[in-house]
Ligand binder design. Structure first.
Ligand code: MF3
Ligand code: CO
Length: 251
């Protein structure tokens, strides 16, 4: 069941979203060659709590940290640790925050120093794919139009969409109905959803240079591309408004 959020609920999600956005822009400023992902985790955690939010990833299915940091071939759910970032890496940072019982979730992929032009292009295509999807969000639109906007744009630019993980509804919990795939399948078309005012979605394209197949590392969390080629990830929490949509995870 898809819950439509009331204006009062949306106000809280907007507050959560503002904290998410602030934490991500803090991390964007700190993510430099030589810095550990643990340091980024701790700074994000401190920022969120200083703004009276709670990092929601920590403890979710026993996930041990407050953010996810996924480097290069890591797609999502990379666990912060002692690894230092290197010039040329691309780092995906994902964070979810609860504020007064409501959740917002967002992610960005950050180039560390100078990266190869091909890595930069992957990042830009992923960012723009997210915005293509957001442009498709309005009352009366079908969910498959949102998924299709991502797939069409990513594949037209020569990349593949990760299929093993999806975006999601969001609000009182981090993961609510509906699932938001980044490609169109028969299953999606058969169960398509019409977006209504108040529908809140975390839209999160994950894309890669090579094949879309993934595997999970021995730590049971970190998702990598099977071919170990680069992957990028962007995410915003949005809500359907009367005339279109509002991005809740902007600064
Ligand atoms: N933002 C991601 C999602 O929407 C990551 C959550 S997984 C966690 O699914 F374990 F880190 F919380
Ligand atoms: Co998410």
């Amino acid at each position: 069941m898809i819950e439509c959020k009331s204006p009062r609920q949306i106000i809280r999600m907007r507050e959560a979203g503002r904290i998410v956005a602030g934490a991500l822009s803090l991390i964007e400023g700190l993510a430099k060659s030589g810095v550990t992902t643990d340091f980024l985790n701790d700074e994000a955690d401190r920022y969120v709590r200083a703004h009276r939010g709670t990092p929601v990833f920590k403890g979710y299915r026993r996930y041990p940290k407050s953010i996810c940091t996924s480097i290069n071939e890591e797609v999502v759910h990379g666990i912060p640790g002692p690894r230092k970032l290197c010039e040329g890496d691309i780092l995906s940072v994902d964070i979810g925050v609860e504020y007064r019982k409501y959740v917002a979730d967002a992610a960005v992929t950050i180039p560390i120093g100078e990266v190869l032009p091909e890595a930069q292009r992957l990042i830009e295509v992923c960012r723009r794919a997210l915005y293509q999807a957001i442009e498709a969000v309005r009352p009366g639109a079908r969910l498959s139009e949102v998924s299709g906007a991502i797939q069409q744009f990513v594949e037209a630019n020569g990349y593949a969409v990760i299929r093993d993980y999806t975006g999601h509804g969001i609000g009182r919990r981090m993961h609510e109905d509906p699932q938001v795939p980044n490609y169109v399948s028969e299953a999606l078309l058969a169960n398509d959803v019409i977006l209504l005012e108040g529908t809140a979605l975390a839209i999160e394209p994950m894309i890669c240079q090579g094949g879309p197949e993934t595997e999970v590392l021995d730590n049971q969390w970190t998702v990598v591309t099977k071919d170990r080629k680069l992957s990028a990830h962007f995410e915003h929490t949005v809500v359907v408004t009367e005339s279109g949509c509002e991005i809740l995870t902007l600064g």
